[in-house]
Design a protein around this ligand. Sequence first.
Ligand code: FAD
Length: 481
Amino acid sequence: MDRSVASRRSFLQATAGGLFVSASLTSPDTRAAETNSGIRVANPVSGDVLRTQAELSPDAQYLLEQPRAIPVVGKTEVLVCGGGPAGIAAALAAARAGATVQLIEVAGCLGGVWTAGLLTKILDAENKSGIMAELLHRFATQGSAVANQTGGTVYDPEIAKLVLEDVCLEAGVKIRLHTRLVGAVTDSNRRVVAVLTESKSGREAWLAERFVDCSGDGDLAAHAGCRFDLGVGKDCECQPMSMLALLTGIDADAVRPYIRETAPAAKRLLLELMEEHGLSPSYRGPTLRHLHSDIFSIMTNHEYGVSAFDANAISESTIRARREIHELVSGLRRIGGPWKNIAVVATAEQIGVREGRRIRGRYKITANDLAIGLKHQEAVCTAKFPIDVHALNSHGNKEINLAFKQGGHQPYDIPYPALIAEDVDGLLLAGRCISGDFIAHSSYRVTGNSVPMGEAAGLAAAVSIQKQVMPHELKWSEIKS
Ligand SMILES: Cc1cc2nc3c(=O)[nH]c(=O)nc-3n(C[C@H](O)[C@H](O)[C@H](O)COP(=O)(O)OP(=O)(O)OC[C@H]3O[C@@H](n4cnc5c(N)ncnc54)[C@H](O)[C@@H]3O)c2cc1C
């Protein structure tokens, strides 16, 4: 055997407690709890862990992890993965319909791109009722004068964090933050029955009657074995990622022509100003928003060709994007005048991911549905937002790729079956991971649609439990009545 492999193997045996050591001896600290069944579990309060037992494969390319008992820490009726715009609505709707609900979110706050992503603008919400209207009302009344004037569609991410926690807690939703879903288990009938998570509490298992994947990237569904589509073409090219940021130190009245909400030519004028001063943003539609008093948000970055599933690429693009924002802000400061005191308040904790998996559902929304303005008898909402494909690479126009708009677009319905996973039972989808093609996704993905989708999926999960049928056995008319 190669000496380096041999030495690495013995290192692993030493550090991992050794393959030949029984599980009960692998934790040096004897405080790890023993259950009635004699299974050892980690003790999160004391900080004890269950140590990993593993062997390096002969070619040193894989670590072969040994089976271990995962504690079941939650049993709930509806489990929602992801607490973004779709997940909040799913959790709320299910809880308000009487189900016990567990919401699992990897970030340290609720809201997804609304908060961790510092989005600040809700699109395609004007024609929505229900939870979307309720959240807009709370963002507006609890927020700044700008939030109030825009009916909550331009909101403060910190107010959004608070509002979302309040509404979920008021409805009795159990919230687990800082926890990533890393696996899903199906039974012999292809029904999802459990998920696995990782967090500071270790690896944990959760059981539920129904699951709703609101992870944006379709993580739960993929772990459950569902088929999915990604991007466009044989290379699965995806829309670029973008990091957003909050700014301060700008004279709001003096920069009014550059503010998106108050000046129709704002994006073009801001780009021209930047270019006049030698600044070349990677996104050619730089978008400045006034949030309140002396706080603004900006989107001026595009990260091309980054896979939502490549942690190295995401890390590199995050670092690159943050650097670009700081460089641009320094450049604007050098212009002087109303920009002379501009400073970055915060860059987004999570770089904005436009595209992840589009899970195969029991209906697939297509570009043709947009072209004809689909009217569907199982519509959960109507989407009006246009086809919006940002440039897929840095060649040529780095803003919007107009070629994808050729088929045209009219308001179209989002049918309930597009929210039901095709390949497994008991799993609903909401938000940008629902079933659709590349072009349709570029329209329905905005958050004014994610919320009603989540609301529909959460309600369907709860009603299907009450009626003791699977979600795909119900028509939308039976659910909403
Ligand atoms: C740069 C950018 C600009 C945009 N501009 C706008 C705009 O102006 N207005 C608008 O309305 N829309 C906009 N969009 C589109 C919109 O933000 C998204 O499509 C929308 O967020 C979809 O909502 P969602 O709930 O499906 O996903 P997300 O907001 O992505 O929420 C998913 C949640 O799931 C969590 N999660 C993911 N994986 C796991 C896991 N394995 N375990 C636990 N939790 C997990 C995430 O942390 C996140 O909180 C923009 C998107 C981007 C990226």
